[in-house]
Design a protein around this ligand. Structure first.
Ligand SMILES: Cc1ncc(C[n+]2csc(CCOP(=O)(O)OP(=O)(O)O)c2C)c(N)n1
Length: 629
């Protein structure tokens, strides 16, 4: 570790450095990030892009008094390093370690937690208005990436900032990338500003100003900068019309320029927008060459940037391959992603059906309403959206899709615990928020072959449907040549039994099988059921087992409250059955980040836990069988 970095224990230490030292510090931070993240994995590219910007922000502003927000906050590692967490950076995203995003409970410098995009401007405006009401003096600075501006919430905030506060600084961190290339008119607009010849002129004069005035006292510089700004301001009609005075675009890697500009912006008594240009992956060749890959990744070789060779097929890839095939036979199938082409696998679909592929940006609500529109015209839209991000679109699913009974298919990747990313990314609520919607068919496959069957089934339904499948590699089963249409609302009985019925939703079927084997070795007769459908639930199957078993067990990678187990309890109650249900799922609390297996053990999502619970239930109701077999 470099010596300068070791001396930074809080932003106050940073403020003592001169520009040359800050530049040296930037180099040390980059080296530290490249080395550390090579072991932990994480959002390397975005953080390499904001090193100078973050140094400048912490040099000029005083957190925690001043409020500094990062949109999504996957790019807040440098912020963490400069605000007293350097010695814990090696624990980032590790069990018990630092979270990969800003977290209010982690530091007083994290004034706002995030993980989902589009919140920095609204939350920042909330803080600015709160300050105004309380008569405070602090500054509020919201940093958001160019892709975060494709999100509706950012625009809902922009619509109100100038009307509601006199002082707020918005920083547009423009690197032209989302995770993939940024999309839409806004991306083109930013690009036009950046490539305009006035910018070149501005860029040169800004450099001259810094050369001339850098290092002088803040007051003089601010004054000069104000004068200079009049000359180098490039008008962005769009933001100016919205009442934000626009500055930039400026070089986001020039520390003196950034510092002097922020000192100046601090003195302005109306909302401002500073457009900074940064390079994702700056200073690390592999990240510059593979921008998408280095947005966020697992461990890699710091010398070469190489990662472990791609292993087995993932659910995302299997989904995309199946959709590609289904779309060959049905030209009404269209695929929609909200800025996650690689994450959802749809980048594999795109080359085969380019005109039927839509990346709508970070705009989940729009994605769903757009799908609804296409469905009214006879198309079969498939929205591939992570379970956690689909939360954004709850109302469009209810109001625009389900209420109009439109045949939109929601393919929810990352349904279940996400692991390292933590509570902002765990997909643990989708059953609860979807199963209450009338007419929606909700499925979970036990393996990739069944995923294909469910996709085929979904694409033949007259109304809405959703399929939840997990992050990571597939079960590795043999695939049928052609997917089959499944009978809706029918579970698959894998093994019959008379004492206990064990229902394992989706991939938790493996836990159900394990529990059954254990109970059988103890002399109980256990049925194993793959429910397939959360909604409509297979009442016939439940009724059949309610007549003979002493207990049900349900496994699900979802919160217990409102989940699949709850659906079973409700159905049994409605049919007048008093057979108890041992529900195994996530508790009614936000689950921390960590390794999936460790978290499952800690929170009781294990065969051991289920075994204990079911034995207590059976013993209460009937004596244990005399002998095994
Ligand atoms: C609501 C929501 N949808 C999708 C994502 C996934 N996501 C995380 S970061 C990111 C791209 C962010 O790009 P940008 O804001 O430009 O920041 P950069 O990484 O380029 O610095 C996306 C799509 C998310 N975090 N939240």
């Amino acid at each position: 570790m470099g010596t300068l970095l070791e001396t930074i224990h809080s932003p106050a230490d940073l403020k003592r450095l001169n520009y040359a030292q800050m530049a040296e510090l930037a180099g040390e931070i980059r080296e530290f990030l490249i080395q550390t993240l090579s072991k932990t994995g994480g959002h390397l590219g975005p953080n390499l892009g904001v090193v100078e910007l973050t140094i400048a922000l912490h040099t000029v502003f005083n957190t925690p008094e001043d409020k500094l927000l990062f949109d999504v906050s996957h790019q807040a590692y440098v912020h963490k390093m400069l605000t007293g967490r350097l010695d814990r950076m090696e624990t980032i995203r590790q069990p018990g370690g630092l979270n990969g995003f800003m977290l209010r409970t982690e530091s007083e410098h994290d004034c706002y937690g995030a993980g989902h995009a589009g919140t920095a401007l609204s939350a920042g405006l909330g803080m600015a208005v709160a300050r105004d009401l309380a008569g405070g003096k602090e500054h509020v600075i919201s940093v958001a990436g160019d892709a975060a501006f494709t999100n509706g919430i950012s625009f809902e905030a922009l619509n109100l900032i100038a009307e509601q506060t006199k002082r707020m600084i918005v920083v547009l961190n423009d690197n032209e990338w989302s995770i993939d290339r940024n999309v839409g008119a806004l991306a083109s607009y930013f690009h036009r500003i950046v490539t305009n010849e006035h910018y070149k002129h501005f860029h040169d004069s800004a450099h001259r100003i810094i050369e001339r005035f850098g290092g002088k006292t803040a007051a003089i510089v601010a004054k000069r900068a104000e004068e200079a700004a009049k000359g180098f301001l490039w008008h962005s009609m769009m933001f100016e019309e919205m009442g934000l005075q626009y500055f930039g675009p400026i070089d986001g890697h020039n520390i003196p320029l950034l510092v002097e500009t922020f000192k100046f912006l601090k003195t302005i008594d109306h909302p401002v927008m500073l457009h900074v240009l940064t390079q994702k992956g700056r200073g690390y060749q592999p990240a510059l060459e593979k921008v998408k890959k280095f947005h966020g990744l697992g461990p890699y070789d710091p010398e070469t940037g190489d990662t472990a060779p791609a292993g087995k097929l993932t659910y995302s890839e299997s989904f995309a391959n199946t959709l590609t095939e289904l779309a060959r036979k049905d030209d009404k199938i269209v695929a929609i992603t909200a800025a996650m082409p690689s994450g959802t696998g749809l980048d594999l679909f795109r080359p085969h059906h380019p005109t039927r592929y839509f990346d709508v940006g970070i705009a989940e609500e729009h994605a769903v309403v757009f799908a609804a529109g296409m469905a009214t015209r006879g198309f079969r839209p498939v929205c591939a959206i992570y379970s956690t991000f689909l939360q954004r679109a709850f109302d469009p699913i209810v109001h625009d899709v389900a209420l109009q009974n439109l045949p939109v298919v929601f393919c929810m990747d990352r349904a279940g615990l996400s692991g390292d990313d933590g509570p902002t990314h765990h997909g643990l609520f989708d059953i609860a928020y979807l199963r209450s919607i009338p007419g929606l068919v909700l499925m979970a496959p036990k393996d990739e072959d069944e995923l294909a069957d469910m996709m085929k089934t979904a694409l033949q339904l007259p109304g809405p449907s959703a399929i939840r499948y997990p992050r990571g590699v597939v079960a590795g089963v043999a695939r049928k040549l052609e997917p089959e249409v499944l009978p809706v609302g029918k579970a698959e009985i894998l093994q019959d039994g008379a004492d206990v019925a064990i229902l394992g939703l989706g991939p938790t079927i493996s836990l159900a099988k394990e529990l059954a084997a254990r109970l059988e070795s103890e002399g109980y007769s256990a049925a194993v059921v793959n429910p397939r459908f959360v909604k409509p639930i297979d009442r016939e199957m439940l009724e059949q087992y309610a007549k003979k078993v002493a207990a049900f067990v349900t496994f699900e990678d979802h919160v217990k409250m409102g989940g699949f187990g709850s659906a079973v309890v409700e159905a049994l109650e409605e049919m007048g059955s008093a057979v108890p249900v041992a529900r195994i799922g996530w508790p009614d609390q936000f689950v921390e980040h960590g390794k999936v297996d460790e978290l499952r053990a800690r929170h009781g999502l294990t065969v051991e836990e289920a075994h204990g619970q079911v034995l207590r239930l059976i013993v209460k109701r009937q004596p244990a069988p005399m002998s095994a077999g």
